[in-house]
Design a protein around this ligand. Structure first.
Ligand code: AMP
Length: 556
């Protein structure tokens, strides 16, 4: 029997239903359940949807359905751009494109989509637009440039407009572009405005583009329930403890599966990558200095399981949208960083088992968006926030905002007993010493140089040879210092006794895995430990129990 709310009940085209079935989606998410029927009725929508809620498909499904209907009409013979999806970043543009393509898997001959959000030359995009794809995905500035350059026309053809991550569209300084865009649109079209927050800017945008909209403020919390997303905080006495803890968590297999490690600056991102390199833990860095092709490629390889760890810089600016709005058109932000970069917002990292806030986020919004990178759709996930004493007030604010009315702590204290990993401190210090300022500077320059070359290669070569895309790796060591081979493994005598039982199997398994195919797309991670137990939890509880038993004078 079909579940009460099902895609099949929505009256969707069979080709769409087939694609949805292939994606393995059993039922619509909350936002999809509410938004799709209204959109199919032709209503304008203003929807607040958290990342990972399935919001892209919530507008993409009715959009494709509309286009399929239009195309089946014998009165419509002319090919035209009928839908426009505006996104704040190129990464989100790629993700939206992918989602739409997946949903169009069985009608790609009838409906076509093009993404022009990438930073390629405008002239390279003109031939694509000349073919008048049914859906165009792009950033406001790029779309405007094409409209002004007459390579795109929407005045007589636009039927559906989507503003995805609308709050960010303003924060990236696209306000002026958006206003200019409106002069190129017809008088009547259907609009969907999706936003994580209902800020003042979003209200202003609503006035500009929506006509009598239905507002969907779904009664869902900003983050998944505790049963799906475990949130912990770990107090670290010193900066060094943060590094030691991370080393222990990764090397002893307490964090399993794919993880995103968030840091506060680009410099710290490289410091962490080089530190992990010392222990032969491959990770790749993602920040605004890297060219867009490389960034998209890094995310795509991470999603395909080529490597397990990304060290991401969550730009502070994401927390200060108003300041960003002052950006002048086409200007690059400070020190050559790309203003349209955003790791924590909008981008779909797939199957992330754990988010580690190595540095705590600057705001509650940032925390939500970082934590929202894990536990997406129906998958479980863990968010761990490391916090040193000076960072405590910041975390307290975040906790307070997250707790709302509830008196329960949202971020449970993670009872990690540092003394159990004291044996690893010497190695940790050794590795930290090797990561000098000079080494970081060199690594940063080298990576940018290499990625710029990669980027050029990627752009031209991989268009013709998509299968070779997998050959380019971003998690190669940067080798700032001599890597001491003995640091690669943790000798048994250094493994805390409480952990021996749970770490041995995975450590050996990891050795074997090197010869196997890349990690699968299935979320591996916290619930895949031996005996189906979460290794993080088992260690925590084991620690507590032992302490409890010890206090009673018993031994386990
Ligand atoms: P989004 O919020 O659009 O970024 O989507 C987050 C993730 O949820 C994507 O990886 C989608 O593939 C997935 N997703 C979207 N809709 C569903 C659904 N109805 N059931 C299961 N997964 C979904």
């Amino acid at each position: 029997m079909e579940p009460e709310s099902s895609f099949a009940h929505m009256g969707l085209d069979g080709r769409l239903l087939q694609a949805i079935a292939e994606l393995g989606w059993a039922k619509p998410t909350l936002i999809q359940e509410k938004a799709i029927p209204l959109a199919l009725e032709g209503k304008d929508l203003l929807a607040r949807a958290r990342t990972g809620s399935g919001k892209t498909a919530a507008y993409a499904i009715p959009l494709i359905q509309h286009l399929l209907q239009v195309k089946m009409s014998p009165l419509v013979t002319e090919q035209a751009v009928r839908a426009l999806v505006l996104v704040p970043t190129k990464e989100l543009g790629q993700q939206v494109l992918q989602m739409i393509r997946q949903l169009m898997a069985y009608c790609s001959r009838d409906v076509r989509v093009a993404d022009i959000s990438g930073q390629v030359d405008m002239s390279a995009q003109r031939p694509i637009l000349m073919e008048k794809p049914d859906v165009v995905v792009g950033t406001p500035s790029r779309v405007l440039a094409h409209l002004q350059g007459h390579s795109l026309s929407l005045r007589h053809s636009l039927e559906v407009l989507v503003l995805d991550e609308a709050d960010l569209l303003f924060s990236f300084g696209f306000e002026e572009d958006l206003k200019n865009l409106l002069c190129h649109f017809p008088k009547i079209y259907q609009s969907f405005l999706m936003s994580a927050t209902f800020s003042e800017e979003v209200q202003a945008l609503k006035e500009l583009v929506l006509h009598n909209p239905v507002t969907l403020k779904l009664q869902e919390s900003q983050l998944p329930e505790a049963a799906q997303l475990c949130q912990y905080q770990i107090r670290c006495a010193t900066e060094e403890d943060k590094f030691l803890l991370l080393y222990a968590l990764l090397k002893l297999g307490l964090v399993r599966g794919k993880a995103i490690l968030f840091v506060s600056t680009v410099e710290r991102g490289y410091r962490l990558k080089l530190f992990l390199e010392q222990f032969s833990i491959p990770a790749c860095v993602l920040n605004a200095e890297l060219p867009v092709q490389s960034r998209c490629h890094i995310i795509s390889q991470f999603n395909r399981g080529f490597f397990d760890y990304i060290v991401a810089t969550d730009e502070q600016v994401l927390a200060e949208p108003v300041a960003r709005a002052k950006r002048k058109k086409g200007a690059k932000s400070e020190k050559g960083k790309d203003p349209e970069y955003g790791v924590a917002r909008g981008i779909d990292f797939q199957n992330v088992a754990t988010v580690i806030n190595f540095d705590p986020p600057a705001s509650v919004e940032s925390y939500i968006h970082r934590a929202g990178r894990t536990a997406r759709a129906d998958n479980p996930g863990t968010a761990l926030t490391f916090v040193t004493h000076p960072e405590c007030p910041l975390l307290a604010k975040i906790e307070e905002a997250l707790a709302g009315e509830s008196t329960e702590p949202v971020l449970s204290p993670y009872q990690f007993r540092m003394e159990e990993v004291e044996g690893l401190r010497y190695r940790c210090r050794d590795a930290m010493r090797s990561v000098t300022k000079q080494a970081i500077k060199e690594a940063r320059l080298r990576e940018i140089k290499e990625e710029l070359l990669n980027s050029e290669k990627l752009k031209t070569y991989f268009e013709d040879n998509p299968h070779d895309l997998r050959l380019l790796r971003h998690d190669r060591p940067l080798h700032p210092a001599i890597i001491k081979p003995h640091l690669r493994n943790v000798p048994e005598y250094l493994v805390p006794p409480t952990l021996r039982a749970i770490t041995q199997a995975p450590l050996n398994k990891r050795k074997r895995r090197k010869h196997l195919a890349p990690s699968s797309s299935r979320p591996r991670g916290c619930f895949q430990a031996r005996g189906g137990r979460n290794p993080l939890r088992s260690f925590q509880y084991m620690g507590r129990r032992r302490r409890h038993l010890a206090s009673k004078g018993e031994t386990s």
